[in-house]
Design a protein around this ligand. Sequence first.
Ligand code: GLV
Ligand code: MN
Ligand code: MN
Length: 398
Amino acid sequence: MTFMNHIGYILSEIGRAGRNSDGSYTRGCYSPAYFDGLDIVERQMEELGMEVSRDAAGNILGVLPGKDKKLGSIIMGSHLDTVPSGGLFDGAYGVAGGLEVIRRMKEEGKTLNHSLELYGFNGEESNPLGGTFGSRAVAGLVEPGQPGLSEALKTYGHTVLDILNCKRNLSDAKCYLELHIEQGDHLFNDEMEIGVVSGIVGIVRYKVMAVGHSNHAGTTMMQKRRDALTAMAKLIVQADAKCREIDNALVLTVGTIRCWPGSENVIPGRVECIFEMRHMDKDMTDRLIDEIRNIAAKIDTVEFEITKQIDEESVKCDEHLIKVIGRAAAELEMKHIIMPSGAGHDANPMAHCLPVGMIFVPSKDGLSHCKEEWTEEKELENGVDVLYKTIELLDEEV
Ligand code: GLV
Ligand code: MN
Ligand code: MN
């Protein structure tokens, strides 16, 4: 793939890190490919004259000082990690878009009143430390007592204290802006150019363990079995049906499964899955997990153990930023709508510390978290134009 414009070029440079032979990208949290991506971004930030630093959470930060040191920074950012075999755009576009905004400003000889900062965050995708890891570290939202945190960090050469020290005081910063692909099909289907994000869904994950009994696959008759895998399958199918009943905007995904002992001729004795559910309204995910517990209680061949793993509450984007982004899109005569995000983003943890705004561009056929993820280069450019204009408008505010 060859892009003709600057934003496409920056994005494809980042895509030199973690590119797989099938055309997908894998830059896992703290992986060598992730750090290759960081090196590429660091060089680009330096070429633009930014002050660059990294932290123990694996984040990179570039700062372009503004004229008035008393004004809080306008912070841009997104993530540089990917899901396994993901696409080029998820996360990397927001970082590339920030670099492109700064490149244009330099080209135009423009210096803002506010300092402009750009984050490339680590570990936004699901990972052993929990999603949005890098931005949670910066926002001071990493819980030191999180189960398994210390052991997982040790494998990356860090301690919990290293991560707690990544917390930054963001109270003086003006705002956080994130440019991202939509990852759904609303903009694409409605032929809209820009999505102004109103809020980001909450994500709740439960670890569900089915405990049955392993036994011989040939000698144990069907009515005697305590098969943890068939019990888990029943739970998943019934939970899926219940989710559809509760609300159209409620989603449930069971994307991982581990089975013990994992042998063709042994009845599975233990099976573990992660049940992930999302909605803007916490009552909806609470209701679904209650229903799942009820269903589990009726499956009597096994015991189910259900424990909460993460609970990231939904957040609203800042009303003023929604207006300014909408105004920027209108001034640029771009077709835009206000819409919620069904995907999680680094803007979620950041919203706990400062006003956040998000700009979406269309995803072809609504595909994401796969190698077919695609956004046309004109659409990539549109997003950068709106981000640039938004920053100009914000910079003029006293
Ligand atoms: C991140 O992309 C998520 O929504 O899981
Ligand atoms: Mn993302
Ligand atoms: Mn993602």
